[in-house]
Design a protein around this ligand. Structure first.
Ligand code: TMP
Ligand code: ZN
Length: 405
């Protein structure tokens, strides 16, 4: 019964989403993994476990996961809320300034607009007409409460038509951390074609696969992230389409991300030197993935062993940050409630829920006082979190960065 349920929920991904090439495995957790953001209450049904391998296209080098989970299962009631942390607001500002350097911004469409945080920022900074598309009904309602109109659904020709009624041919289309979640990239390009005109700037922000490979942040590999993106892969995708890459910028957010600026080919703005510069840094081979896999397994083994060293005896260990990354780490290490009593998180939607696959309770940040050691699953907000909880550190509390400590 359970197996039939899981089969309906995902399909195997066999051929490259750019070039239709054959795929070979380059990384695996060695077991099916829970859906990383499936934070549910005790009385709610959980989604179960799905295989999770990274496959590599020998032809165009795009890395992509072996399974595609149905988007309604991943996003209908989504717990990932765009952070309104200081780090994120600073990032919005930097991204906004970069976009504005190309011209005035009066209208914005955001794809994957989440709870409307970025569109709200856009309104506060002079955009008059904004609208979003997002599949998470719960978050779209949050956005509506803020006055941000949101079409509920994934990007497709229907939602594209819907958002066009709110914001026709906008100055900017932003897709932050959503492009890697899209299965059918070719259709997405057609939708961008429908939504844009010759003057529209399209900004795609994605985690840069080069950073993930260098920093061995394997905890960014989960079912939502269908592709691990390079500038070269987007360039290849755009061959024969109305778009080209005009500029590339790097940001520290989410462990290292790229903002890839697209323009229509008939737009006169010159292609920036950054495009070729980033491509020149992307010499990824199968060996790069082999080394990544080796180091990832080393880190998983190290953290698993840390939990059992004598100095940890008698200590109460919690996690900090119920991020999707926490689900990956906890499952990869095989931790249970016995190893980690609870996970602190500031997101109200996550508090009172349980971690996917392991049922560890998520509690408010104030509960940190009940632990002696906290594994910092939200290592990407390390400075901000440590600063906020300096008093706990001064009283003897220890944060462990799962990647470095
Ligand atoms: P993310 O890396 O996927 O954005 O997840 C970070 C998680 O950490 C998110 O669930 C919010 C949480 N968090 C806190 O609990 N306290 C904080 O101060 C910050 C910055 C994040
Ligand atoms: Zn390919």
């Amino acid at each position: 019964m359970e197996i039939r349920e899981i089969k309906l929920m995902w399909k195997p991904h066999k051929f490259c989403r750019i070039c239709n090439g054959k795929l070979t495995e380059v990384f695996s957790f060695g077991k099916p993994m829970p859906l990383a953001n499936d934070f549910k209450g005790e009385d709610e049904a959980r989604e179960g476990f799905v295989p999770l391998e990274v496959m590599w296209c020998q032809d165009c080098c795009l890395a992509q996961t072996s399974a595609v989970v149905a988007s309604e299962r991943l996003y209908a009631n989504y717990s990932y809320v765009t952070s309104t942390s200081t780090t994120m607001r600073e990032h919005f500002k930097a991204l906004w300034d970069a976009i504005k350097s190309h011209g005035n911004i009066e209208s914005v469409i955001e794809i994957g607009s989440n709870d409307g945080s970025l569109l709200m920022f856009a309104k506060e900074n002079g955009a008059e007409c904004v609208g979003g598309i997002d599949p998470a009904e719960n978050l779209a309602h949050e956005a509506h409460k803020k006055g941000i109109q949101t079409i509920i659904g994934i990007l497709d020709k229907h939602t594209a038509k819907g958002v066009m009624c709110i914001v026709p041919k906008p100055d900017v289309i932003i897709a932050r951390h959503v492009f890697a979640h899209i299965d059918n990239w070719k259709e997405a390009i057609l939708d961008l074609d429908t939504l844009s005109n010759v003057d529209t700037q399209i900004v795609i922000e994605v985690p840069w696969v080069v950073n993930m490979l260098e920093q061995v942040t394997f905890d960014c590999i989960y079912h939502e992230h269908l592709s691990y993106v390079s500038v070269r892969s987007i360039d290849r995708l755009l061959e024969g389409t109305p778009f080209r890459i005009q500029k590339v910028m790097h940001f520290e957010i989410h462990g290292g991300s790229l903002a890839i600026f697209l323009r229509r080919r008939d737009n006169p703005v010159a292609t920036d030197a950054s495009v070729a510069e980033f491509m020149a840094m992307e010499n990824i081979t199968r060996k790069t993935w082999r080394d990544f896999s080796f180091e990832a397994n080393k880190r998983i083994a190290k953290l698993r062993n840390t939990a059992f060293v004598p100095s940890m005896r008698g200590k109460k260990v919690c996690g900090f940050g119920a991020s999707a990354k926490s689900t990956v780490w906890i499952s990869a290490c095989g931790f249970t409630k016995k190893d980690m009593a609870f996970i602190c998180d500031c997101t109200p939607q996550k508090q009172g829920k349980l971690s996917p696959g392991t049922d560890i309770p998520i509690v408010p940040e104030s509960e940190l006082d009940k632990a002696n050691v906290a594994v910092l699953w939200a290592w990407n907000f390390s400075d901000e979190i440590k600063k906020k909880h300096q008093a706990w550190i001064d009283a003897g509390g220890v944060f462990i960065n799962p990647h470095n400590d």
